[in-house]
Design a protein around this ligand. Sequence first.
Ligand SMILES: [Zn+2]
Length: 374
Amino acid sequence: MAAFKAGYILFNKKMFTNNHKLFKKTFLFVSFLFITQIIYSQNSTDSNFASKNTPVIYVNVIDVAKKLGAKFFFDPLTESGSLEKNGHCITFRTNESVFMFDYQKLAILDAPIRKDGLLLVSKNFMLTAEEFFKTIPPETHFRVGAILIDAGHGGKDPGALATHTFNGKKITIREKDITLTVAKNLNAKLKVAYPDKQILMTRTDDKTMTLEQRVEIANNVKLQPHEAIIYVSIHVNAAFNKNANGYEVWYLSPGYRRDVLDKDSGVEKELLPILNSMMEEEFTTESILIAKLILDSLEKEIGTQSLSRGLKEEEWFVCRNANMPSVLVEVGFLTNKNEAELLNDQNYLSKVANGIYNGIEAFVYHFEKSRGFD
Ligand SMILES: [Zn+2]
């Protein structure tokens, strides 16, 4: 939980609720990775050269937003900001001269800077933004197209194991069984709620699967343009300390370097690292949001029986190669006798699945609703 709070000291009050808006178009960009032309317009290149010869006039981004009637969002953690208006979005970062327009076009302009606690953009950028917001917005509706549920472990890999005595009976509880039960339960709920989305599972029975196979499934899901995929991995914890208990939700660390942009996407080589880190932070933002929503929903569902251990971030991750918001839910500790008893109870696992389901549902609702033209 601490990591979450630290990462989201918000620029303004509205930002948390609108946080997902900041990067909602990530998915468009990724969906279009192979078909989108990344264009450096002659104009923006020219203006870049021009700005090198003449002194740059800077203006406060807040004033620019006001003047243009655009909404401004900023994440101080990643130093990335966006201006949104009429269904258009311009994304940028301080001290970077690459600007993304609707996640489809790039332009090189004077880098935004921080000065005296203000975020300043060039007047040149303001004029470009003004023109851009006048254009017709892309006719797109963003939606979650697929949800991939990953039941951790399976087959030869049982995951964590623990033997406890309940009512005089010795019972060995295996992580792979619990994850499959929760995954199936979640799958059934999602299928009913979203008949128009692909609800997929990495495994539906007691099958051995490598991490590579899981990641491959995730990366091979066919999506329509403007569709996003969510990856939810389910696991069960174990610890030497028999008292350890509770559930936790993991998301990918912002520090993890992934190659989000494809090498063949036609982007100039020197820009790839910048763009990659921009894209990566966007996935992280979505991952944090869905992780938080799942954690909160689990709290409502099983909060009286188990303990919330909060949000966690890690660099190792089942889905570290997948280009999508991904979370990993550790539903409890089987090494804790009380919790093992709960995890051995089908009703409890159904509640766990309910909690995860409600979190996903909240995320889908926000994600799909946020694509507004307000
Ligand atoms: Zn596991």
